[in-house]
Structures are given as C-alpha cells and as structure tokens.
Design a protein around this ligand. Structure first.
Ligand SMILES: *Cc1c(COP(=O)(O)O)cnc(C)c1O
Length: 424
C-alpha cells in the first residue's frame, strides 16, 4: 500500500490488510497463544530471531494492526499499544531511564503524568525537574544534569491548554544528547504531527479522541526512529549494550531504527505486562475510522464560536485556536488546520460559580472524561487535580476557577443553548 496516503485514508484503510477472501473488518484475535509445528521454530521466536506471534503479552495481530495504523498516522517506524495512556507514559520513560537518572518535563502536563513524574518515579530513583514551557532556552537549559535522559511535554496540555513549542524543546533535548517525548493526545495526528517538528517519540492516551466514544481505556507509544542512540552510547546502554535477558542481543545492532520500540515490546511488555486487550483494540480501531471526521468538526466549531459565552459572565477564556490567546501563534504554526475540541474558562465568581454553572447544565454532562463525542465538562481543581495545592495548581497551569469544557459532536446550537440556559 502506498506510503503517500492522506491521513483520512489511513484512518480508514491503514492497519489491517485482508488477503483475498479475508475478513474486511479487523478480526479480533481473542487468543492468548499461537500454535506451531516445531519446537525449534518456537525457540527462534523467543530469541527474537524470527518474527511471529507466540503469546499475546508480547504481540497480538489485532493489537499490531491498530498500532500500525496509529504509527502510520504519526509517520513513525514502529508502535506499541498499552492498556492505558498512563502505561504508555510510564513505559516510554522507563525504556530509557533507570534508578539514578533524571527527566526534564514541562510543568503543564496531565495530572496523572504529574503524579507519576513527581511522586512515583522518585520512589523508583528517577528524579524529575518541572520547567515552565514558556521559559527561554537559556533558562530551560539550567534544568539539565549530567544524568538527564529525556525531555517530556504535551503538545496541547490537558487541562491547561498551553501549546508546546516543539521545535524549541527538540533543540534543547538534542543539544543535551537526549530525546524529546511528547504526548499528542489532545491534538491527535490529524491536527499535529510532532515528528515533523523534531520530537523523537510520541505517546497517546487512545482513551480520548482516538477512541472517541468513551468505550475503552488505552494508550500507544510511537517511535519516529530518528533518535541516534548509538551516538549517545554511554547514556543509553539499555539499547546499545547486550541485553542478558535475550542472550546478549544489542537492540541498536539488531533492530537499527526500531531499537527503542523493540526494546519496549520485547523487554518492558514482557516483564511488566499492561497490554491492551484485542477486544479493546478492535474498538479503538472503530474510533480511528472516524477520527479525521470528528476532530476537525469540534475544532472548527470552537474557532467559529468565540462568543459562546458573553463577556459579562466570563472572567477569562483559554483556547489556543482563538485569536488573542497566548498560544495562538504557536497553535497556528504547529496545528494550522485546527487545535482540539477542548476549551477552558473561568466564570466571574470563581470556584462557586463554576460548580453552580456545571450543576445547571442539562445535556452536557459532568464527567472525568474529555475528548469524547459527547460534550463533557469538569472542574479540574475539584476533580482531576484535587490532590494539588493551590500553588501546584498554578504551576500546572490550572486556575482554581477553571472549567474544562470538552465539546462533542452534537449539534452546535444545542450545545450553545445548554451553556446559555446554565449561565442564566
Ligand atoms: C487522559 C490522559 C492521559 C492518561 O491516559 P489514560 O488513558 O487515562 O491512562 C495522559 N495524557 C493526557 C494528555 C491525557 O489526557
């Protein structure tokens, strides 16, 4: 199949390729295991000397087809599904970090990621320095240490809606000999392709727009194949020196550009689990089939409706697709065809007004979820970011009055009407 297909075509046609007489829709290989005729062949599979399926924790054809579709959408060389977005973030870092290492991350990141980096990773001996993503390069460079192994950021931060200057972060990471990992959950590959701007690894919570129907929790790691691990041999010995758990294979020698993603699959998934289930992968694929239709819809609607809320009620509004927003220029650069369907605002009257407004909504529902076909609303300070102090909230870009409003694909008029009656 042509590599030059457009994103919309890949959403529909990518991944599963049926043979003559084969099933048109992606089959669910609901099997833990796969059968072989000779013991020797199975042995070669275990040694990674031959490719093939033998146990679903390591690889499954349904999961592989979906990972391959996401990989093509991002323009990478290899991808792996995980059971959740959190597992994808965790593995993406752990694949190149161990006790004694350090990571530099933008401070405006998802609440779960922030907990992982600042509470759980330190318990495992990996330290994290959070940086203001809008700081200058000289200032940001001060965060690096000799043991820094990776830089992390979110293309559009959930829920702060800051836009990462991907080129700036890539330059910074590369000048320190480390890769840039970005979370592309909110923009999706339909609106932003981070590899084209220098990111090395992309991760997703497929739970959000990619699934799009609030049906499955899932994640994905995509490898661009662009980072030269060998050039930093001593920094990334997990990839460049023999892996004793595979009779001493060296991932960079054996797999070249696929070294990172092969290690994540063959070693981390083998040892830690957290696989996606083939059933869920099937549902994720159904979501992917309409991703190119759903994502521009919500983004366009928001850009055309700057007056959804009237200035009398609203203290502030953040949406990078809106002229005048602090991140408008970065959004235009990295996401020229649209941003995402999530908007945030603060009502006059702060926290109290936020709770009152949300309780009055009739159609738009209060839920933890975001980036769904249904319009969903949340108050981060009382919900997802409840554990953070007011100081930490500010650092994470979350105003205590913030309402996160995730626009679905219902009729625009009905959404606006619901907002209007709740404000009244
Ligand atoms: C939801 C989310 C995650 C975590 O994903 P789960 O699938 O809930 O584990 C990570 N990053 C971003 C930007 C998210 O919105």
């Amino acid at each position: 199949m042509s590599e030059k297909q457009s994103l919309g075509t890949i959403c529909i046609q990518g991944g599963w390729q049926p043979g003559n007489g084969g099933p048109r829709q992606l089959p669910i290989y609901q099997s833990t295991t796969f059968k072989y005729t000779t013991s020797e062949q199975m042995g070669r599979l275990f040694d990674l000397e031959e490719s093939g399926y033998f146990y679903t924790r390591l690889a499954n054809p349904t999961n592989d087809a979906v990972a391959d579709k996401i990989c093509r959408l991002e323009g990478g060389v290899g991808a792996m599904l995980t059971s959740s977005g959190q597992a994808a973030t965790f593995y993406s870092i752990l694949n190149i970090c161990q006790a004694g290492d350090h990571i530099v991350s933008s401070s405006t990141i998802y609440g779960g990621t922030s907990n992982l980096f600042t509470v759980t990773f330190p318990k495992m001996g990996v330290e994290c320095t959070l940086v203001n993503p809008d700081a200058g390069e000289e200032e940001l460079a001060k965060a690096f240490r000799p043991n820094t192994k990776v830089v992390f950021g979110e293309v559009i931060a959930n829920p702060a809606l800051t836009v990462l200057d991907i080129e700036k972060f890539a330059r910074l990471a590369h000048s320190h000999g480390v890769p840039l990992i970005v979370d592309n959950t909110f923009a999706t590959p339909i609106n932003c392709r981070p590899f084209e701007w220098g990111a090395d690894i992309v991760i997703h919570s497929t739970t959000k727009y990619i699934d799009g129907h609030a049906a499955t929790v899932g994640g994905c790691i995509v490898d661009s194949g662009n980072f030269d691990w060998e050039a930093q041999h001593r920094k990334f010995t997990g990839l460049t020196e023999p892996d004793e758990s595979y009779h001493g294979i060296v991932y960079t020698e054996r797999f070249g550009k696929m070294a990172y993603i092969m290690k994540a699959t063959a070693q981390l998934m083998r040892d830690l689990g957290s696989i996606q289930s083939p059933q869920n992968a099937f549902l994720i694929n159904l979501g992917l089939e309409t991703l190119h239709l759903r994502v521009p819809g919500t983004a366009r609607m928001l850009s055309k409706q700057p007056g959804i809320c009237s200035p009398e009620d609203v203290e502030w509004i953040h949406y990078p697709g809106l002229p005048g927003d602090r991140y408008y220029d970065l959004a235009r650069k990295y996401m020229p065809s649209g941003v995402c369907g999530v908007i945030s605002f603060g009502l006059k009257g702060g926290r109290m007004a936020a709770a009152k407004f949300m309780d009055k909504l009739k159609m738009c529902s209060i839920e933890t979820h975001v980036a769904d076909s249904r319009t969903a609303v949340l108050h981060p300070a009382s919900h997802t970011h409840r554990q953070l102090t007011d100081e930490q909230l500010v650092e994470a870009g979350v105003d205590p009055s913030m309402i996160r409003f995730s626009v679905g694909i219902e009729d625009v008029e009905d959404i606006i009407e619901d907002i209007r009656q709740a404000l009244e």
